[in-house]
Write a protein that binds this ligand. Structure first.
Ligand SMILES: [Ca+2]
Ligand SMILES: [Ca+2]
Length: 193
């Protein structure tokens, strides 16, 4: 390799003097995380997240996680809340295995849209939305009777929405493996009798 090719930066990232990553692609460096645990194989580092590749560096007791672009490992999920006149009544969360992945509210601006967008890896999730007054986003006591609304989207598709959901509403949704570009189909060689 030539030294100092113009315009080609290089970096290397080391833990305990062991280089775990090098290259010129800075996006990768920004999307790398690690934790110190005893591991003997990559399996031991499994974080149940299809959007990371999990690598064990057993000699330094470290698992290193490299991010995979979302369109190859999961889907962008968006929660969009249009608040009503009483936005402080409304909160929401997205859970996986009882753990909060995303959450939002209470909001403090009425009649405003709040969007939360995150890449979620393959798996089953639960979206929950709550309203402390028990009237969802359908308060109509405002000046002009404006009501709110929420949308839950995977990619560009709205999979659930609601206005008058009372005190809470829950939706279970599944992020599936992204549809890969079609593999070229193998043509069978004609069999000769
Ligand atoms: Ca992983
Ligand atoms: Ca309400």
């Amino acid at each position: 390799m030539k030294c100092c090719d113009e315009g080609n930066g290089q970096y290397s990232f080391s833990i305990s003097h062991k280089e775990v990553k090098q290259g010129g692609d800075f996006e990768f460096l920004e999307n790398l995380s690690f934790k110190f645990i005893q591991c003997s194989s990559n399996q031991d580092c499994d974080d149940s997240n299809s959007c990371t590749t999990d690598e064990c560096y057993s000699d330094i007791s470290t698992c290193v996680y490299y991010s995979i672009p979302c369109d190859q490992c999961g889907a962008m999920v968006k929660v969009s809340i249009l608040t009503d006149h009483f936005p402080w009544q409304t909160t929401w969360n997205v859970k996986r295995n009882e753990r909060d992945i995303l959450n939002g509210g209470p909001c403090y601006l009425s009649n405003n849209r709040f969007d939360a967008i995150q890449c979620l890896s393959i798996g089953t999730y639960e979206f929950n939305i709550f309203d402390t007054a028990g009237n969802g986003l359908a308060n109509d006591e405002g000046i002009d009777g404006t009501i709110g609304k929420y949308n839950l989207c995977i990619g560009d598709a709205v999979i659930e929405s609601g206005i008058d959901f009372g005190s809470s509403e829950s939706t279970t949704f599944i992020v599936v493996a992204p549809t890969m570009s079609m593999q070229p189909t193998r043509t069978m060689a004609p069999t000769l009798d």
